[in-house]
Design a protein around this ligand. Structure first.
Ligand SMILES: Nc1ncnc2c1ncn2[C@@H]1O[C@H](COP(=O)(O)OP(=O)(O)OP(=O)(O)O)[C@@H](O)[C@H]1O
Length: 309
């Protein structure tokens, strides 16, 4: 079913550099959330803090009733087993074939027999569409396949939470579309809690239940997808529409007068583009009850305009 993650008043700095402060949000159990933000706003630092690889200065992260920021290393090790993480480049071992890469967490963290490991590895490789590629080395396959192999590896310990660090980076738009469908299908199948860090606005508009945006060392907003897509908040509007006009500059924040002028221009141009339809799990995938509610909401919003039956 996935577990809820409740973040309250979280602050992280390195030396004098505050990365973000007072971040509070709840990742609902079993739902897909996306975290957006311009480069360098600390999205990867946020993921690493959630999984306990970095210690925050202040605040709490509550999972299954325990504040993981206060756990001893040994207990944290146990909590980490709830997580699967898909790193940007798949983080595969270059000298191991895909089968051994995907089997690695099972051999490290469990006492399962090789035949049981084989069953699990092949099941997860099937889920991500990689059956038949067991003997390939990471250097012999495409970037999209490497991401899927990384995803299969993140799945083998049956995680309750999966963190994706820019799953779409370096992929062409068609591969991104396939990967997005795979993420939505997997979420319906395994019903874990997903958090995806991405720059890809099209993905952010279609894939999640919830969207958050980090900017100026703060969480500007976090809430249901439809709410964020319809938001008038200038930073949210600029980011979700991929515009140059707005508070976010090329390398730094813009001055207030320039921002005001640009925002007035956007208002003259009319409202932001209509909310994109939510990507639904593909045919043949049994959907947990939550998906019926999503499909109903989508049908109301867009007529029958859902992106898959
Ligand atoms: N271990 C560390 N020690 C010191 N500073 C760090 C460390 N890790 C990250 N930072 C700094 O934290 C800031 C945020 O980095 P982070 O990689 O989280 O940004 P991001 O939003 O994920 O960026 P991008 O979208 O470009 O990947 C950067 O200024 C980075 O230099």
């Amino acid at each position: 079913m996935g577990v809820e993650i409740c973040v309250e008043g979280l602050t992280k700095s390195f030396g004098h550099q505050v990365i973000w402060q007072d971040v509070s949000l709840t990742l609902p159990a079993g739902e897909v959330s996306v975290m957006l933000g311009p480069s360098g706003t600390g999205k990867s630092v946020f993921l690493k803090t959630l999984v306990g690889l970095l210690k925050p200065d202040r605040g709490s992260i509550t999972i299954q009733g325990r504040d993981i920021t206060r756990l001893r290393e040994r207990d944290l090790y146990e909590v980490r087993k709830l997580f699967g993480v898909l790193f940007q480049d798949g983080a595969l071992f270059g000298s191991m074939n895909l089968y051994d890469n995907i089997a690695f967490p099972l051999r490290e963290h469990t006492r399962k027999s090789e035949s049981e490991i084989r069953r699990i590895v092949l099941e997860k490789m099937d889920m991500v569409g990689l059956l038949g590629a067991e003997g390939k080395l990471p250097g012999e396959i495409s970037g999209g396949m490497r991401k899927r192999a990384g995803l299969a590896r993140a799945l083998v310990l049956d995680p309750e939470i999966i963190l994706f660090d820019e799953p779409d980076s370096g992929l062409d738009p068609v591969r991104v579309a396939y990967l997005n469908q795979l993420i939505v299908d997997l979420n319906a199948q395994i019903d874990a809690t997903f958090l995806i860090v991405t720059h890809d606005i099209a993905s952010a508009r279609q894939v999640p239940d919830n969207i958050g945006l980090l900017f100026r060392r703060e969480l500007v907003m976090f809430g249901p997808r439809e709410e964020l897509l319809a938001s008038d908040e200038p930073v949210v509007r600029q980011f979700l529409n991929g515009r140059m006009q707005g508070p976010i500059g090329m390398a730094e924040e813009k001055d207030a007068a320039q921002v005001e002028q640009e925002l007035a221009q956007i208002d003259e141009d009319g409202p932001a583009t209509a909310p994109a339809p939510r990507l639904l799990p593909g045919p043949g995938i049994t959907r947990p009850p939550r998906w019926e509610a999503i499909a109903r909401r989508e049908a109301e919003l867009h007529g029958t305009g859902v992106t898959s039956p």
